[in-house]
Design a protein around this ligand. Structure first.
Ligand SMILES: [Zn+2]
Ligand SMILES: [Zn+2]
Length: 180
């Protein structure tokens, strides 16, 4: 082998080794965009969660069973939550940077909860068409019109159904971009 070809071979071998080393230490965070609010995407993320988790450090756990993680390499924060409607499996989603104590007080809203909530509300609105009357909503300080055949405006009527459990509650937690 000529000297020149030999050095090329060494450079090639070295760059390949660096690439392999790079792969084993770098994280997978950039590969995963913010979670889309669809059943399909949540399914996929449940499957990817074990792989993403390999690069993460646990930062805290909330009383309601959420966990906060941070990537060892790029410092991206992630939350692990339970997807109740997906057989109770856990899944990871990216969240904004946060102090662990603030997060424990009020973890981020789970995108799976948002997905289920908006799906059931959409279904409800598809089945129930609302018409406004000329009267004012009877809730004090509300300046909206009440619904026909009702003393409440649409928002307050929905709220009253949520209170008595006839419609799902708005999911609890800290809202965050890009869902705001
Ligand atoms: Zn990362
Ligand atoms: Zn009202």
């Amino acid at each position: 082998m000529s000297q020149e070809r030999y050095s090329l071979a060494v450079i090639f071998a070295n760059s390949r080794m660096l690439r392999i080393l790079g792969q084993s230490t770098s994280c997978a965070c950039a590969k995963y965009p913010p979670l889309e609010l669809s059943r399909d995407q949540i399914d996929k993320r449940i499957k990817a969660t074990k792989n993403i988790l390999r690069h993460l450090d646990l930062r805290g756990e909330s009383p309601k069973g959420h966990s906060l993680f941070q990537c060892k390499s790029c410092k991206q924060f992630w939350q692990l939550s339970n997807a109740w409607n997906w057989g109770g499996k856990n899944y990871l989603f990216k969240v904004p940077d946060i102090e662990t104590s603030d997060w424990i007080d009020n973890p981020y809203i789970s995108p799976a909860d948002m997905t289920i909530y908006s799906a059931s509300m959409e279904e409800y609105f598809r089945k129930n068409k609302f018409k406004e009357s000329d009267n004012a909503c009877k809730i004090e300080n509300c300046n909206k019109k009440s619904l026909s055949n009702n003393v409440l405006c649409k928002e307050h009527f929905i709220e009253s159904l949520q209170k008595i459990g006839l419609l799902p509650q708005r999911p609890q937690g800290r809202m965050f971009a890009p869902y705001i």
